[in-house]
Design a protein around this ligand. Structure first.
Ligand code: HEM
Ligand code: HEM
Length: 408
């Protein structure tokens, strides 16, 4: 890529995600890009600059208040899902603090750890299904394992046990993430999902259980600043949606790397390498969100090393570029789970830091160890893996492997 000052049009199909990230890093710590819909933005690649912007109160995530260009967007702008939803992900300042404070106590380490046995049961059930495939037949581990696992886990955290609702929610999520869904199908699916969540909230109000939805409802009653019913549904939808594609991508990249480079698996089995180290390095090396839309400068912000972002200009966080930035790591493109500097920005930083990071790590630890324990001879059945057609999501279309090779 030419280090020119012309805005660089991001490839919406993500076909060269890594080369593109490297090229953007070479253009400077922050560079002008063009997003789908001809929207111009800054893409920040330098990890230190990114960290400081993530922590800067002059940077907002609320397009309604802080992005003048928002008004001119067409209704079918492809990134609407990312900015238009009214929830904590897209809020700023006091509003964000209020929404986040309401869920933080319900999302305790204790509740997450307590999910461990449950995640193990879900994992075992999915692996039973994988095991039922005929020997020597390749199974798509993305569709059959990595994808259904986070959906099942988050449903159980939220207390969604009604079989029919769960099946419907799963079907809708699959539809959202299928690359063939039409915009009309996505909109209709979202409406159905809202209705199902509304019904779930009503049912938990009648019969509270030991789940996050019931906790939030209890807090709604205790707390003077009450979370409105609409906000409660939005929050549950956010929890339900945020962990899917991301956790699936994390599992997919870890599985693909371990199958391609079996020496890491050998090191784990010899007790020389921990699962945690593999998971952190996978997160750094292949962040599930390659580029994170969208932030807005509230006022004129001078960037370290020159240049400035003007008030109202949108900002994309180049997480993939930042995690591998050559000025900060000479060998950033290398997968090295034993590296000393394990820092990465894959869960963000500052006030919006991912609420589900501990849950995602726990899921990955349980899922990966169970998969490779259950199928010690798991063998890759892929050549070149196909990247999902996105510049946001860094994952594979599918991930075929043979669980039980012939003769076992
Ligand atoms: C490997 C898996 C995951 C990755 C890579 C990931 C990544 C991220 C990132 C980068 C952000 C920050 C967004 C920003 O600063 O603009 C974020 C926020 C968030 N994540 Fe995750 N996430 C993962 C899993 C999950 C899970 C399992 C949940 C659900 C429990 C979840 C819930 C959220 C929520 C609610 C926010 C919004 C927090 C806020 O705006 O204050 N994430 N995530
Ligand atoms: C209420 C909140 C959310 C809802 C309703 C939602 C819904 C959706 C839908 C319908 C899609 C597919 C259609 C599209 O690409 O526009 C999608 C894509 C995606 N979502 Fe979400 N989402 C939410 C929040 C989040 C958060 C917080 C994260 C991560 C931190 C996240 C990660 C993703 C990813 C990685 C994709 C794939 C994007 C792509 O391939 O370009 N979602 N989401």
């Amino acid at each position: 890529m030419e280090p020119s000052k012309c805005p660089y049009p991001l490839d919406p199909t993500g076909s060269e995600l890594h080369a593109e990230a490297a090229g953007l890093s070479a253009r400077g710590p922050a560079t002008r890009v063009v997003l789908p819909g001809e929207v111009e933005a800054w893409l920040v690649t330098d990890p230190e600059v990114l960290r400081s912007l993530f922590a800067d109160p002059r940077v907002s995530k609320d397009p309604h208040r802080h992005w003048p260009g928002y008004r001119d967007l067409p209704a079918d702008w492809p990134l609407h899902t990312w900015v238009s939803m009214r929830n904590m992900f897209n809020s700023h300042g006091a509003e964000h603090r209020r929404l986040r404070a309401l869920i933080a106590p319900a999302f305790t380490t204790r509740r997450i750890r307590g999910l461990g046995p449950h995640i193990e049961r879900i994992t075992d059930r999915l692996l039973d299904e994988v095991a039922s495939a005929r020997p020597r037949v390749a199974v798509d581990l993305r569709a059959r394992f990595a994808n259904p696992l986070p959906v099942a886990v988050i449903s159980s955290l939220l207390g969604i046990t009604d079989r029919d609702s769960l099946d419907e929610m799963r079907r809708l999520v699959e539809l959202f993430f299928s690359t063939t869904a039409t915009p009309e199908q996505v909109v209709a699916g979202m409406e159905t999902l809202y209705r199902l969540f509304g019904e779930h909230v009503a049912s938990c109000r009648r019969n509270p259980g030991d789940d996050l939805t019931s906790d939030l409802l209890a807090m709604q009653d205790e707390d003077g600043s009450r979370l409105s019913d609409g906000e409660l549904t939005d929050t549950l939808m956010l929890m339900f949606s945020a962990g899917h594609e991301t956790t699936v991508n994390l599992l997919g990249h870890a599985i693909a790397e371990l199958l391609t480079e079996p020496r890491h698996l050998a090191a784990i089995r010899a007790g020389e390498l921990s699962w945690d180290a593999v998971i952190e390095e996978t997160l750094r090396w292949q962040p599930p969100l390659a580029n994170l839309p969208l932030r807005f400068a509230i006022e004129y912000i001078e960037l370290p090393g020159g240049g400035a972002i003007r008030a109202g200009e949108p900002i994309v966080a180049g997480l993939l570029a930042a995690n591998r930035h050559p000025a900060h790591r000479a060998d950033g493109d290398l997968f090295d789970p034993a590296r000393a500097d394990t820092a990465h920005l894959s869960f963000g930083h500052g006030v919006h830091f991912c609420v589900g990071s501990q849950l995602a790590r726990l899921e990955a630890r349980i899922a990966l160890s169970a998969l490779f324990d259950r199928f010690p001879r798991l063998t890759a059945a892929f050549g070149e893996l196909r990247q999902r057609p996105s510049f946001i999501s860094n994952g594979h279309v599918d991930l075929f492997a043979i669980p039980v090779p012939e003769g076992i």
